[in-house]
Structures are given as C-alpha cells and as structure tokens.
Design a protein. Structure first.
Length: 191
C-alpha cells in the first residue's frame, strides 16, 4: 500500500490553468485516500497547488528543500513537515527515503531530472520503489514517444520502458504503482 507518494511537478504554473487544477486535485485526492504527499516544498506553480490541495483536505504534506531555496523564498512553511537540506542531491535522496513510490505531473527540466534520476536508481537496483508518469491530457506522450525511440535505437531496454507506469489519471497511476510493488528499501540502506 502506498503510504506516501513523492510527486515531482512544475514550480511554475505553465500556460494552461488546467495543469494547476490537476496538481491541486491530485493533492486533494491523495489526502482523501490517506496518502501523504512528499514534494520539493515549493510554494508556487504546480508544486504550491499540489500542497494546497492536500492541506485543504487535512492531508499530510512533507516538503524537502535546500537552504538556498529558502533564502530565495521559494518554499512554504505551513506544511506538516519541512526538511531543510544543503544540496539538491540530499533533497532527492531524502525524498526517496520518505516515500513509497514516485509520480511525475507536468513540469519542466527539474521534474524531468528528478523522475529520471529515481527511475535510473530503480533500474540499477539502488531503489525498489515504483515510478510513474501521470499522462493527463497526453502531456508526457511526446517524451514517452522519444523514449521508445531510444529503445528502438538500442539505448534503452524494453524492460526499462515496461517498468514505468504511464497513466491518464490518478486512479490508474496509483493502481499501476501498486501493481509494480511498493518499495521499502531506502537509499540510506545501501550506504
């Protein structure tokens, strides 16, 4: 069972308000299911909407943020828990330790970097927690098509591609993550 879900998503709202609405509804729906949210503690964009959706429903919201982001006033201090770390690497490792699974909502370079890193950790055996993309409205479809192209060119295994969850909505995403087996092994267990 997923107790906490790490959600990677945009720190900006994007051009279409439907993405902010999506993030808010994901936070709300996770809280209603009793699933805690782990995220990067950002206050703006999809990140802020995700947290607000969960908080509005009385849900658990755990943020992990580096000191430099606090100094730039990019974080929130009204979360259930806020963990302050020094580096982005520490941020991702702690987020991985605090979660049962990972899900990418719409976002940009940071979202991609985060989801690809944990997916890579899973593929090389450093992490046994499932990884997914919430492909609402086909947002991730162009990227996923490119990844299939990498597979066709021999740079990504079919097993790696088949291992990720790609779902059009939260219900399907959670079901897919559960089916992949919610992980328990922590990165700190490997050091």
């Amino acid at each position: 069972m997923i107790e906490r879900l790490t959600v990677f998503c945009g720190s900006t709202p994007g051009h279409d308000p439907k993405w902010v609405e999506l993030a808010h509804s994901v936070g709300r729906d996770l809280a209603r299911r009793g699933i805690g949210v782990v995220y990067g503690a950002g206050g703006g964009g999809l990140m802020g909407a995700l947290a607000q959706g969960a908080l509005d429903e009385g849900g658990e919201v755990v943020g992990v943020i580096p000191t430099f982001m606090i100094e730039r006033e990019w974080g929130r201090d009204d979360l259930t828990e806020v963990h302050v770390v020094e580096t982005m690497h520490e941020r991702k490792a702690l987020m991985a330790d605090l979660t049962s699974a990972f899900l990418a909502l719409p976002g940009g370079m940071g979202t991609l970097e985060e989801i690809f890193e944990v997916w890579t950790w899973r593929q090389i055996g450093l992490l046994d927690k499932p990884v997914g993309f919430l492909d609402a409205g086909g947002f991730w479809t162009p990227l996923l098509d490119s990844l299939r192209g990498l597979g066709e060119a021999g740079f990504m295994s079919r097993a790696s591609l088949d291992d990720i969850v790609v779902a059009p909505d939260l219900d399907a995403a959670l079901a897919g993550l559960e089916a992949r087996g919610v992980g328990t092994r922590l990165l700190t267990d490997l050091t």
